[in-house]
Write a new protein. Structure first.
Length: 67
């Protein structure tokens, strides 16, 4: 424990007044698959739009780089 009280503060910068999404409703699917074994699982999470086109993919929580 420190001998004195410690005070932390932060200054926040407002970067947007509001965010509007057009259309207001958007359909997407999240598909998570597991492979490997209990000690070394490979968890793949894919996000696809309503047409089935891949938007992004995470492998073990890391964003897959796309070329």
């Amino acid at each position: 424990m420190p001998e004195d009280n410690i005070t932390l503060s932060a200054i926040y910068k407002k970067v947007a007044v509001s965010v509007k999404v057009v259309p207001e409703s958007y359909t997407f699917a999240v598909i998570q698959t597991r492979a490997g074994n209990r000690k070394n699982p490979v968890i793949t999470t894919e996000i696809k739009n309503k047409e089935g086109k891949l938007i992004t993919r995470y492998i073990n929580g890391v964003l897959e780089k796309r070329n």
